[in-house]
Design a protein around this ligand. Structure first.
Ligand SMILES: Cc1cc2nc3c(=O)[nH]c(=O)nc-3n(C[C@H](O)[C@H](O)[C@H](O)COP(=O)(O)OP(=O)(O)OC[C@H]3O[C@@H](n4cnc5c(N)ncnc54)[C@H](O)[C@@H]3O)c2cc1C
Ligand SMILES: NC(=O)C1=CN([C@@H]2O[C@H](COP(=O)(O)OP(=O)(O)OC[C@H]3O[C@@H](n4cnc5c(N)ncnc54)[C@H](O)[C@@H]3O)[C@@H](O)[C@H]2O)C=CC1
Length: 442
């Protein structure tokens, strides 16, 4: 059995490793257009903001590691065409040489691409995206220039907020724009997102929400950003208005979701029996929505790669769906969420209620202590938990995993009320915030 994997980043790597480690008789061919693989984009803002020493440790494997395991791997090779009928992948290397590989099974792991704001001036110099390692390098280089004083970040989602912090840490004047009235609006309800907004403002970031960029101006290099409200002098722009599926290769042959992502079943199989899709180029099942959706996260990419690998290798393994669990930490303020916010649930047509609670993490007699804010969202009719949000300067990150499992297992808000949660003053209160929030549910 010969498997060709197009895309050798997180999803493709997870699939290849599963096949190579568990099914040694499988022939694996990997093809990627990039010169590097396994870059952890989550580290970009950390090294650009000088919170870690460099980017070297943000790569967790190499092409040689795959060669050693017996795979054939082509880097800097662009797949231009797939003959799905005869099962052949055509690609071209850096030197312009054309090659082809036949397959028994094909894995599409071509990931995502940043959405480009389609406005005048979008091709000027000094306008960046932040998907690839190389793009992180380019931003880092520009931030090192003394004449770059003002940075505009378009999109206050996860990439935008993280890079806004990094640019501020590099001493720049930072303007952060979003179409929505708050930052992080896709992940948190306004009661939580505004906490992050206060945090950003307290650290000197200038917020421009509900404001749309309409034009970039400049003579070769960007010098001004025009919005529907004002014109700003800027030296650098970073666009971060979301990702969409990179699915051009199979879009005509395979069934796709509304954003173009390949529609996959529980085995990561597409509408073609020989073709699987994993990671950011594929759909995913949301247990909160109880429906197919699109969530671009490295965690989902890895899990879906593992599932495809086993099913191709011969072990039937069903994907169990996801909650879209995520987290962010900005200037020491931590926020985590899973499932749906009230806003997202309402948008999806789910009738929900929610319960909020805020208290110190630990008993008052413990000195190192901070407030924790929690919201649990549950469906009115079934009372199943479908979302949770937490915010604190304490590390509350592990709590969200429990809510992720609760959503996956259809736990109701009432079942959470008397859940056995341990108490130790070093960690929490006897009347801890999860219990108190659950007890407060209507
Ligand atoms: C700055 C940043 C920070 C992030 N932080 C986090 C985080 O903290 N947590 C988290 O869970 N997620 C995070 N993400 C999202 C995460 O990086 C993506 O979800 C993840 O990269 C998806 O992995 P993937 O392998 O599916 O796709 P990709 O990483 O997009 O990889 C696709 C691969 O396919 C190759 N390819 C595409 N087309 C072709 C072609 N025609 N021929 C050959 N090769 C091709 C590409 O070169 C690429 O290597 C972050 C993303 C960014 C950009
Ligand atoms: N900590 C984490 O888990 C991280 C995850 N990621 C993931 O990577 C992917 C891409 O990240 P982002 O690009 O930040 O996407 P995002 O979806 O997190 O945020 C995009 C933001 O852009 C805004 N927006 C959309 N169109 C706009 C427009 N025309 N003008 C102004 N604002 C506009 C949206 O309101 C949203 O707030 C996401 O799936 C994200 O979850 C990225 C970084 C960190």
């Amino acid at each position: 059995m010969k498997t060709v994997i197009i895309g050798a980043n997180h999803a493709g790597i997870a699939c290849a490793n599963t096949l190579l480690d568990t099914y040694p008789d499988t022939e694996v061919v990997m093809i990627d257009r990039n010169s590097n693989l396994s870059y952890l984009g989550c580290g970009t803002a950390l090294w650009v903001g000088r919170q870690i020493d460099g980017y070297e440790n943000l790569f967790y494997t190499t092409a040689d590691n795959f060669r050693k395991k017996g795979a054939k791997i082509y880097m800097e090779s662009v797949v231009s065409d797939i003959d799905f009928i005869n099962q052949v992948v055509h690609f071209t290397n850096k030197a312009g040489e054309k090659s082809a590989e036949t397959y028994d099974k094909l894995v599409l792991a071509t990931g995502s691409k940043p959405i480009v704001p389609n406005i005048p001036g979008k091709d000027l110099d000094g306008i960046h995206f932040l998907k690839l390692f190389q793009e992180g390098l380019a931003v880092d280089l520009d931030l090192s220039r003394d004449d770059v004083k003002t940075v505009a970040v378009i999109g206050a989602g996860y990439i935008g907020v993280e890079i806004a912090e990094a640019a501020k840490r590099r001493g720049k004047h930072v303007l952060l724009f979003d179409a929505m009235p708050t930052s992080l609006a896709s992940y948190y309800d306004p009661e939580f997102a505004t906490k992050m907004d206060e945090n950003l403002e307290q650290h000197g970031i200038s917020l421009h929400f509900g404001e749309l960029a309409t034009e970039y101006k400049g003579d070769g290099h960007v010098t001004q950003l025009v919005t529907d409200k004002a014109t700003y002098d800027v030296d650098l722009v970073i666009n971060a208005i979301g990702f969409t599926a990179n699915s051009d290769l199979g879009a005509e042959h395979l069934d796709t979701f509304k954003n173009g992502a390949y529609l996959v079943d529980k085995h990561q199989k597409t509408s073609d029996d020989s073709v699987y899709a994993v990671g950011d180029c594929a759909t995913i099942y949301s247990n909160a929505l109880d429906d197919t959706t699109y969530i671009a996260l490295a965690t989902n990419a890895v899990r879906s790669g593992i599932v495809a690998g086993h099913n191709i290798g011969g072990t039937v393994l069903d994907a169990i769906g996801v909650q879209g669990s995520n987290g962010i930490s900005i200037f020491g303020y931590n926020m985590v969420s899973t499932g749906l916010s009230v806003t997202a649930a309402e948008k999806a047509g789910i009738d929900v209620d929610y319960t909020d609670f805020e208290d110190l993490q630990k008993p008052g007699f413990i000195k190192e202590n901070a407030l924790v804010k929690i919201r649990i969202v549950y469906e009115k009719s079934s009372r199943r938990v479908i979302g949770a949000q937490l915010a604190s300067t304490e590390d509350i990150s592990a709590t969200i995993h429990m809510f992720s499992l609760a959503i996956q297992e259809h736990v109701t808000i009432d079942e959470l009320k008397l859940l056995d949660i341990f108490f130790l003053p070093h960690f929490n209160q006897p009347y801890n915030y999860i219990t108190m929030a659950a007890l407060g549910a209507k």
